[in-house]
Design a protein around this ligand. Structure first.
Ligand code: NAP
Ligand code: ZN
Ligand code: ZN
Length: 360
């Protein structure tokens, strides 16, 4: 039987999110039905709700940083039982057979991964909807185990912000002796500071915002460099093995390239699109064997590894818990970089929402 749920959806690129009723698919034998407790608010949710990337199809229920409790399991589910605390990130399925999937890089599935929202289910073609909702139905292979040591609300942002930082840190082999810089102290950036520090690196924050220094140090930064201060930028010339740039909008990457050490890499995870206003100068790249790269979230095995690492080290996000009804204000505050450092929606407030016409 299909499952009727409430959620919050965007109905167009310009309309605020509001209450939306829809049905989840009938659970299949390998599916887990999850009662959602918390959903993190990622800047990507805002990009997709407002069609910043040009492919949004409405209605859209965003949310891909999901923590919940298993409500029921299909007969073929072996990895979970009713009552388990679990997570769901940006992916709910992939082809599972291509070269990327076989390596555990489902985010780079050559046939196109199925995203938690804004995709089509691989079996029945119905649109997928995300975590700003009461329940979700996910095949067990894309459900993550939540370590018992982690606070469920603080753990929600690990499912996207955490793994998006973890994947490049691991891919570029960050550890003791590495020098890492993170550009932008938002949801992704603050997880980048925490994870890079916990992996043993020397950590620097590049920020436009001078007021963030004390927080940055508390979160794991050894130093903070104000990115539009030329003297401070010169002071870190040729320093970093890896820079992870989380800035969501087009910006000039040229000031960062001279701060890479020989052989260093600047990884873009925020902005998607051409760098037209200030094209990247290949000079410092060629002369110093430096690279500009990109990276997309993380696959299922590395997401579980990141969660287990966070469980051992006691790492979770710094969050501001909000009721579902405040999501539109939260988006506006995120645009002003006014969040410390991730909004997380308490889904109990969605369940409790009184509905017009419903019996009291
Ligand atoms: P966020 O919380 O809004 O943080 C972004 C930070 O970037 C801000 O706090 C700000 O830091 C800085 N910033 C914002 N606008 C800027 C501008 N115009 N110029 C320079 N700096 C600016 O966003 P988020 O959730 O961390 O997401 C960041 C980006 O990553 C978004 O575009 C999101 O869609 C994308 N993302 C990508 C992946 C992936 O897999 N690649 C995964 C998740 C999210 P300061 O105030 O410190 O400068
Ligand atoms: Zn995200
Ligand atoms: Zn695949």
């Amino acid at each position: 039987m299909n499952i009727s749920v409430k959620g919050y959806a965007a109905q167009s690129a310009t309309s605020p999110l509001g209450l939306f009723h829809f049905v989840r698919r009938e659970p299949r034998p390998e599916d887990v039905v999850i009662e959602i407790l918390f959903a993190g608010v990622c800047h990507s949710d805002l990009h997709v709700a407002r069609n910043d990337w040009g492919w949004s199809q409405y209605p859209i229920v965003p949310g891909h940083e999901i923590i919940g409790r298993v409500a029921s399991v299909g007969e073929k589910v072996s990895r979970f039982k009713i009552g388990d605390l679990v997570g769901v990130g940006c992916l709910v399925d992939a082809c599972r057979g291509c070269a990327s999937c076989r390596k555990g890089w489902e985010q780079y599935c050559e046939k196109g991964a199925t995203y938690t929202y804004g995709s089509k289910d691989r079996t029945d073609g119905t649109p997928t909807h995300g975590g700003y909702s009461e329940q979700i139905v996910v095949t067990q292979d894309f459900v993550l185990k939540l370590p018992s040591t982690l606070d469920p609300a603080g753990a929600a942002p690990l499912l996207c912000a955490g793994v998006t930082m973890w994947s490049p840190l691991k891919h570029w082999k960050v550890g003791p002796g590495s020098r890492v810089a993170i550009v932008g102290l938002g949801g992704l950036g603050h997880m980048g500071l925490k994870l890079a520090k916990a992996l043993g690196a020397e950590v620097t924050l590049f920020s436009r915002s001078p007021g963030k220094e004390e927080d940055a140090r508390r979160l794991g930064a050894d130093q903070v460099v104000i990115s539009n201060d030329k003297a401070q930028m010169k002071g870190v010339a040729s320093r970093f093995d890896l820079i992870i740039d989380t800035v969501p909008y087009e910006h000039d990457v040229n000031p960062y390239l001279p701060t890479l050490a020989t052989g260093g890499t600047l990884v873009l995870v925020g902005y998607l699109g051409p760098l037209q206003q200030t094209p990247a100068n290949t000079g410092p790249l060629v002369v110093g064997r430096k690279a500009i790269a990109g990276s997309l979230i993380g696959g299922i095995p590395e997401t579980q590894a990141m969660l287990d690492f966070c469980g051992e080290k006691g790492i979770a996000a710094d969050i501001e818990l909000i009721p579902m009804q405040q999501i539109n204000e939260a988006y506006e505050r995120m645009l002003k970089s006014d969040v410390k450092y991730r909004f997380v929606i308490d889904i109990a407030t969605l369940k409790a929402e009184a509905e017009a016409g419903a019996p009291a």
